[in-house]
Design a protein around this ligand. Structure first.
Ligand code: IVH
Length: 735
C-alpha cells in the first residue's frame, strides 16, 4: 500500500472519494506529462492539462494529509536551504576510453575480440549510442519511487540534487510511470543518465538574458549544469532541462531478466524513463541471426559516418558516439582498466577542441560600440581549419575563468560559429603569465571606455568612432539587412578609411570615379558593386530598419514593426506607448526605437536615405497588417505524425504566431489536421469528421491561400480553403 493511502486512512477529511480523485488526477497528469515531454505526442490541449493540474493542486492544498512526495505537483520546486549534501554512488562512476579515428575504433574492436572466448566472440553485438554533451546524473529509485538524485561529482561521491531533479519534467517520479503497466515497481533501481538542454532552448534563454542585461551561459552544457546546481529548485523548475537515461547501475527485483544492455534500455523505456531513440544495435559479423542480416560492422561504420555528418541537425549537442558491447556477461568478462570499462569506447568526432598558447588579448569594437576581448592564439588546427583567434566574450568572462596572457588554453570550434576559449590549463602555468585588464580608452578613437552599471559589456560611446562605423556598414550591407552583393567588411574598412563614408546613407553617394582609381577596383568590379548598391534601394523597409542596428530590433522585430506602420516615417513619429502596444513589441523595445528616432542625426539619416531613393514606404499588399500577420485567427489546428521540415514545437509556433490555436485531439471544432508521416488514429478521426487535412507544404502555403481565397472583409474562419490538401479547393466560395 502506498504512503498516501496509509495516512489518508487515519483522517476524516480525506474521504475515499477525494482520495480516489487525487489518485486519478495524479495518474492522468503523469500520463499526459509523459505523452507531452517524453513521447512528444500530447493527447489533450494545454488548457485541458492545466485544468487537471490545477484541480490536483487545489485538492492537495485543501487536504494536506493527501500530499505525497511523488505527486507531479511537487515538481514545481521549492526552496532548498542547505548546501548540497554528498551521495556515495553505488559503484564508481567510471569514464570512457576515447578514440578519435577509425584506427582507434578498429583497435578497440580487435582487443574486445581477443579478450573474449571464441564462443562469446561468435555472437558479439554492439550498441551504438550518441555521446550526449551534458551533465551526468545518477537517479535512485526505491520501491519504484524517485528518492535521490546526484551529480557525478568526483566519481565516488556526487552532490545531492534531488529537489532540482524533481523539477525535470521528463524524469518520472514513479516507475513504472503508468498505473496499468505490467511491470512491478523495482525494489531498487539506480540509473545513470545525462541531463542536457536543447540548443534552441539555450539560445532562447541567452537571448532573453541579453535583452535583460542578465547573465548568459557559454554553452548548453554549462547552462544545464548551472541550472541543476541551484540551491533554489524553483529556479531549476523554470529552466528547460531534459534528460536521457543510458545505463542501469543497479537493479533489484525488476521482474524482468536483463542480459543485455539493449534489453536494459528497453526496460528503462518501458518504465517511462526517456531513452534516446537514436540508439542502434549491430552484430560484429554475420552469425546467422535474421535480425542482424544487414546490421554488421560495415553498417555500423556507415552509421557512424552518417551520424558524424548529420549531428549538427540534432536539437541537442553530442560530442561523439559511445559504442558498447551489448551482452552484460561479456561486459563482466571484459572488465575495466583503471577508470575505463574495456567494453565501451567513446568515439569522439574530429577535434572540436584543441589546446594552444594565448599570446595576447586585443579588443574589438563592435557596431554598437561594445568592446569584445579577443584571444590572439598560436595557430592551431581544429577540424581541418586553422584557428588564430577566438572570442573571450567580455571582461567578466576573462576574469571569472582567470584567463591570462601566456596561458595554455582550450579552444572550441563548433559548426561555423566563432571559435571560443573554453578555459585555461592552470596546471600548465610557468609563472610568466600576465593578468589582463580592460583598457581604459578605445584602441581606435582614444575616447574613454564606459561600462554601464549592471552590464557585462564595456562600450566606446563615441558615435563617430571609425571602428563602429565600419561594423555598422558591414551589418547594414550584410545578408540579414540590405544584402548588398560583394560589399563586405573589406570594402567598409577601405571606404571609411578613405573618408567616403561618414554615415550609413553615404553608401548611396559613393564617389565611384575615385573608387575606379583604387588598386584592385577595375571597371567590372566597380560596376558590379555599383549595381548591387543601386539594387539594394528596393529592399523592404523592414530590411532597412534591421540594417540600422537599433538595439533589440533584429529581423523579427523589424518585420513586426513594419507590418504595423505604412512607412519608416510613420514609425519615426510613433510614441513609446504606441509602439509598446504592438503585439510582440513591449515597452523595452518601444523605448529603444523611440530613443533612436529622437536623435537628430538618426532622423537626418532617414532623410538622406529618402533623398537617395531608398524605399521607405511599405508596399500596399503587405500593409494589410491584420490579414497578413494573423491569417489563422480563430482557426483550430491539430498536428499529428512526423513532419519532415518542422519539429512539433516549430509547427506549433508556425500556427500560433499566425493567430491559430493548436489542440491535442481532433473534434468537431477542429479546422485543420496537419498530418506528417505515421499519423495514427487522428487521421482516421479527421477523415470521419470531414476535417480538412494538410501536409507540411499545405500548412506552409495556407496563409497565402487563405489571403487569396477570401475578400478582405471575410473573417478568416469562414474560409476553409486549403491548397495542397486532400479536400477540394475552396477558392470558388469566395468568388
Ligand atoms: S556510458 C562506464 N553512454 O560521457 C561507462 N556515457 O566520457 C559509463 N556520456 O561521464 C558511461 N553519453 O557522462 C555513456 N551514451 C552514453 C553517454 C555517456 C554521454 C558521458 C558520461 C561520461 C562521459 C565519459
Amino acid at each position: 500500500m502506498d504512503e498516501t493511502a496509509k495516512t489518508a486512512d487515519t483522517t476524516t477529511a480525506a474521504n475515499t472519494e477525494v482520495r480516489q480523485r487525487v489518485e486519478e488526477l495524479r495518474a492522468a497528469v503523469r500520463l499526459h506529462q509523459h505523452r507531452y515531454y517524453v513521447l512528444d505526442d500530447p493527447e489533450i490541449s494545454d488548457a485541458e492539462f492545466d485544468a487537471l493540474f490545477l484541480e490536483l493542486q487545489q485538492l492537495e492544498e485543501a487536504y494536506p494529509e493527501l500530499q505525497s512526495e511523488d505527486s507531479p505537483t511537487v515538481r514545481v520546486g521549492g526552496f532548498v536551504s542547505e548546501r548540497f549534501e554528498r551521495t556515495r554512488h553505488p559503484m564508481p562512476m567510471l569514464s570512457l576510453a576515447n578514440a578519435f579515428d577509425l584506427d582507434g575504433l578498429l583497435a578497440w574492436r580487435e582487443r574486445v575480440k581477443r579478450l573474449l572466448s571464441e564462443q562469446e566472440r561468435d555472437a558479439l553485438v554492439y550498441v551504438v549510442e550518441p555521446k550526449f554533451d551534458g551533465l551526468t546524473v545518477v537517479l535512485h529509485y526505491e520501491a519504484g519511487r524517485f528518492v535521490l538524485g546526484a551529480t557525478r561529482g568526483d566519481g565516488e561521491y556526487g552532490e545531492t540534487i534531488t529537489p532540482n531533479l524533481r523539477t525535470v519534467q521528463e524524469l518520472p517520479l514513479r516507475v513504472p510511470f503508468a498505473t496499468d503497466s505490467e511491470l512491478p515497481p523495482p525494489a531498487r533501481l539506480v540509473v545513470r543518465g545525462e541531463a542536457y538542454v536543447e540548443k534552441a532552448d539555450f539560445e532562447a534563454f541567452n537571448a532573453a538574458q541579453l535583452a535583460n542585461d542578465a547573465r548568459t551561459f557559454a554553452n548548453p552544457r554549462n547552462f544545464a549544469a548551472g541550472s541543476l546546481r541551484q540551491l533554489d529548485s524553483g529556479i531549476t523548475a523554470r529552466r528547460p532541462v531534459k534528460l536521457w537515461a543510458y545505463q542501469i547501475l543497479l537493479a533489484q527485483e525488476t521482474g524482468v531478466e536483463l542480459t543485455t544492455h539493449s534489453s536494459a534500455l528497453d526496460y528503462l523505456r518501458r518504465l517511462g524513463l526517456p531513452v534516446c531513440p537514436l540508439i542502434e544495435t549491430f552484430a560484429d559479423h554475420d552469425f546467422g541471426d535474421r535480425y542482424f542480416a544487414d546490421r554488421n560492422f560495415g553498417t555500423l561504420l556507415a552509421f557512424v559516418n552518417a551520424f558524424r555528418e548529420n549531428r549538427h541537425t540534432l536539437p541537442y549537442e553530442v560530442d561523439g558516439l559511445v559504442i558498447k558491447v551489448d551482452s552484460l556477461a561479456q561486459q563482466a568478462e571484459l572488465g575495466y582498466t583503471g577508470k575505463d570499462p574495456r567494453w565501451a569506447l567513446a568515439y569522439k568526432f574530429a577535434g572540436q577542441e584543441a589546446v594552444t598558447t594565448l599570446t595576447d588579448i586585443v579588443v574589438n569594437v563592435g557596431r554598437t560600440g561594445a568592446i569584445t576581448p579577443n584571444a590572439v592564439l598560436e595557430a592551431v588546427q581544429i577540424g581541418g581549419v586553422v584557428v588564430r583567434s577566438a572570442t573571450l566574450h567580455n571582461e567578466d568572462y576573462v576574469r571569472d575563468l582567470d584567463i591570462r596572457i601566456g596561458d595554455q588554453v582550450v579552444i572550441k570550434r563548433a559548426g561555423d560559429v566563432i571559435p571560443k576559449v573554453l578555459r585555461p590549463l592552470a596546471e600548465a602555468r610557468t609563472g610568466d603569465e600576465t593578468v589582463w585588464t580592460m583598457p581604459a580608452t578605445c584602441p581606435v578613437c582614444g575616447e574613454p571606455l564606459v561600462r554601464p552599471e549592471g552590464e557585462a559589456a564595456t562600450y566606446c560611446e563615441n558615435n563617430a568612432c571609425p571602428a563602429q562605423l565600419v561594423r555598422k556598414v558591414e551589418y547594414f550591407v550584410g545578408r540579414g539587412a540590405m544584402d548588398v552583393e560583394s560589399f563586405g567588411i573589406k570594402q567598409a574598412e577601405l571606404f571609411v578609411a578613405r573618408g567616403y563614408l561618414h554615415d550609413l546613407a553615404d553608401i548611396y553617394n559613393l564617389p565611384w570615379d575615385e573608387i575606379l582609381e583604387l588598386e584592385g577596383y577595375g571597371e567590372r568590379r566597380v560596376e558590379n558593386l555599383r549595381t548591387a548598391v543601386e539594387e539594394s534601394k528596393t529592399r523592404s523597409p523592414a530590411r532597412l530598419l534591421t540594417g540600422l542596428g537599433i538595439r533589440f530590433v533584429g529581423t523579427v522585430v523589424a518585420e513586426l514593426l513594419m507590418a504595423h506602420f505604412p512607412s519608416v516615417y510613420a514609425l519615426m513619429d510613433a510614441s513609446v506607448d504606441e509602439l509598446a502596444e504592438i503585439d510582440g513589441i513591449g515597452p523595452k523595445i518601444g523605448q529603444s526605437v523611440a530613443d533612436y528616432f529622437s536623435l537628430a542625426p538618426n532622423r537626418k539619416l532617414i532623410e538622406e536615405f529618402a533623398e537617395a531613393g531608398v524605399q521607405l514606404a511599405v508596399p500596399q499588399r503587405a500593409s494589410r497588417a491584420e490579414v497578413g500577420a494573423q491569417p489563422f485567427a480563430g482557426l483550430v489546428f491539430v498536428v499529428t505524425g512526423t513532419l519532415a521540415g518542422l519539429t512539433r514545437d516549430e509547427a506549433k509556433e508556425f500556427i500560433e504566431s499566425r493567430g491559430g490555436r493548436v489542440t491535442g485531439s481532433v473534434s468537431g471544432k477542429t479546422d485543420y489536421l496537419v498530418a506528417g508521416a505515421s499519423p495514427g488514429s487522428k487521421l482516421d478521426k479527421a477523415r470521419s469528421l470531414d476535417v480538412p487535412i494538410l501536409d507540411e507544404a499545405g500548412l506552409r502555403r495556407l496563409p497565402e491561400s487563405l489571403a487569396e481565397s477570401q475578400p478582405e472583409s471575410l473573417p478568416a474562419t469562414e474560409s476553409r480553403s486549403a491548397s495542397g490538401t486532400e479536400t477540394e479547393s475552396a477558392s470558388d466560395t469566395s468568388a
